[in-house]
Write a protein that binds this ligand. Sequence first.
Ligand SMILES: CC(C)(COP(=O)(O)OP(=O)(O)OC[C@H]1O[C@@H](n2cnc3c(N)ncnc32)[C@H](O)[C@@H]1OP(=O)(O)O)[C@@H](O)C(=O)NCCC(=O)NCCS
Length: 166
Amino acid sequence: MRFEVVHMREDDLEEVVAIEEMTGLNRWGYEAYRRELIANPNSVMLIARPADGGTWQRRDGGVVVGDCSGRRLLGFLAAAILFDEFHINNVATHPGARRMGIGRKLMHAAIDEAHHSGASYSVLEVRASNVTAQAMYIAMGYRTTRRRKDYYRSPTEDALEMVRDL
Ligand SMILES: CC(C)(COP(=O)(O)OP(=O)(O)OC[C@H]1O[C@@H](n2cnc3c(N)ncnc32)[C@H](O)[C@@H]1OP(=O)(O)O)[C@@H](O)C(=O)NCCC(=O)NCCS
């Protein structure tokens, strides 16, 4: 599938929250994303969508899996630039569109934007058990710098802090 990464708009938020809810991320919810998008001039909010601007369906061997009618977003990323630091808050790919390069493309686009805005390094936290996301971050040059005890709730879990230069 051909896809593109563009800036998030307010009318993307319902689908952003739907993806957040199906991916097990710590819940931000609609209002928190909206605040970041509308009121934080330093936020970097991106979405991935099919390149033709239409909806998408997952096909396995030509068979459509599930009822995907009306689905438009493939993934999203929420981050912010604080002086020279670029903090990735959330990144997720729809479960039906994983391992197609969407997460990587979202990360690359966000890092490019932060770099051009003057950030010199990027930092993020990830659940210690989330080896999938850690694999993506390691593949993109992040390295673990410390473990933050009981950083997450529901369930309580340590975070790994990961950093890379931009
Ligand atoms: C982490 C996540 C965003 C990756 O998205 P994705 O679109 O599937 O990732 P990509 O296809 O761009 O993969 C990029 C690289 O990450 C690594 N990777 C991604 N998924 C992987 C997996 N299941 N196992 C091992 N490595 C993986 C690989 O190095 C991959 O490159 P490759 O396919 O060329 O080997 C996705 O799994 C997700 O949404 N997870 C749930 C939400 C989440 O945990 N977000 C992070 C919060 S900190």
